[in-house]
Write a protein that binds this ligand. Structure first.
Ligand SMILES: [Zn+2]
Length: 147
C-alpha cells in the first residue's frame, strides 16, 4: 500500500509541476498573432507556441518515464532503491539454466526483484518477498544457548 501511495504522490507532484510550467508558459509566452480578425492557433500556426508545446510534451513524457522507472526499482516494503544487480541465467544455455535475468535485492533483506532480459511471453518483473527465516533461526539459536 505504501509503495502505491508513494507512486501516486510522485505522479501528483509531476502533474502539479507540469501544470505550473503550463501556467508559466501561458503567462510569459506571447499570444499568437491576429491577422485581419483571424487569431492564429497556438499549435501548428505559431512557431513559438508550437516549439514550446513540443518541448513541454517531451519534458512531461520524460518525467513520467523517470517516475515509472524509479518506482520499478524500489523495494515494495521500505521504498529504498534496490541494489546489487546480479546476472542470473545464461544466454547460450537458456533452456537448461534459465532465461537471462537481472536480479536486484533490497539491502535490508525485504525482497528480490527479477527482471527478465528476454521477454517472449509478456511476463513482467517478479518480486519475491523474503521471509525473515534467517533472523528467526538466529533468534532460536541464541535462545537455545541460554537454556
Ligand atoms: Zn526494503
Amino acid at each position: 500500500m505504501r509503495y502505491w501511495l508513494f507512486f501516486a504522490a510522485k505522479l501528483a507532484f509531476g502533474a502539479l509541476l507540469f501544470t505550473g510550467i503550463w501556467m508559466g508558459m501561458e503567462a510569459f509566452l506571447p499570444e499568437p498573432a491576429t491577422i485581419q480578425d483571424v487569431k492564429l492557433g497556438r499549435f501548428g500556426q505559431d512557431l513559438t507556441w508550437t516549439t514550446a508545446i513540443f518541448v513541454y510534451f517531451l519534458a512531461a513524457a520524460g518525467a513520467l518515464y523517470v517516475i515509472v522507472l524509479d518506482q520499478r526499482y524500489r523495494c515494495r516494503t521500505c521504498l529504498r532503491r534496490l541494489r546489487m544487480p546480479v546476472n542470473v541465467g545464461a544466454w547460450d544455455k537458456m533452456l537448461r539454466i534459465g532465461k537471462p535475468q537481472m536480479e536486484y535485492i533490497c539491502t535490508f533483506g525485504h525482497g528480490t526483484l527479477n527482471v527478465t532480459l528476454v521477454n517472449f511471453t509478456g511476463e513482467g518483473d517478479n518480486w519475491r518477498e523474503h521471509d525473515d527465516n534467517i533472523w528467526r533461526e538466529l533468534e532460536s539459536l541464541s535462545a537455545g544457548d541460554r537454556k
